[in-house]
Ligand binder design. Sequence first.
Ligand code: ATP
Length: 229
Amino acid sequence: MLNVRDLHVSYGMSEVIHGVSLDVGSNETVAIMGRNGMGKTTLFKSLIGMLPSSSGGITFHGEDLTKAQPYQRVSSGIAYVPQGRMVFPTLTVEENIMAGLEASGRKKVPEDIYELFPVLLEMRHRKAGNLSGGQQQQLAIGRALAANPKVLLLDEPTEGIQPSIIKQLATTLNEIKVKRKISIVVSEQVLSFALNVADRMLVMDKGKIVHEAAGDQIDKAYISRFLSV
Ligand SMILES: Nc1ncnc2c1ncn2[C@@H]1O[C@H](COP(=O)(O)OP(=O)(O)OP(=O)(O)O)[C@@H](O)[C@H]1O
């Protein structure tokens, strides 16, 4: 469904992604594991079109998106939840979700968003900046879902979030996958969380995918070596 071929991405003269290829199937959750600085955020920014690739290609449902602008990728069905969540702090919860509707052309917040995240219904008139980190993460995911995406890119959703909320987030992501029948690509450093959500894991090290495993083939001890210093 989402196919990335030999992608290279640079900041000026410095290449950070050195030929990444990956395929994400429909209704599949793929976790991209790796320490800080290994290139996960750069890869995601390139997938959503915020950073140009110097070579390689991205297709989505057979459509070549390599040169597409971010808004074109969003209307094709790719949604992105950045690291650090980036909700609009001075807008209310509801206004943040409405902002996510624009790409879909819909006017009304899909009901399942408040079903998936009841706390957002409760807090819909509060300013997003007053929410806890976990609540802001839920809002950022809810806002992304408002655009009715086919694939959701989540960059380190557990960063700065309490363990109990992390567990709940894993449950919700699994629910989203089943109810919305979408694919999820999540970058992570927290292995327990990734094991709870991923059908397949890729390990990113110094801008390359160095390991891949699915289901029972996932070797926790081996992957951990790429996560702790
Ligand atoms: N704007 C930038 N200009 C130059 N180099 C950058 C820039 N942003 C990131 N880098 C470099 O690119 C490399 C990959 O960073 P990236 O943020 O993609 O890693 P990451 O795996 O997502 O880690 P983190 O979790 O810390 O974001 C790092 O060496 C980083 O220093």
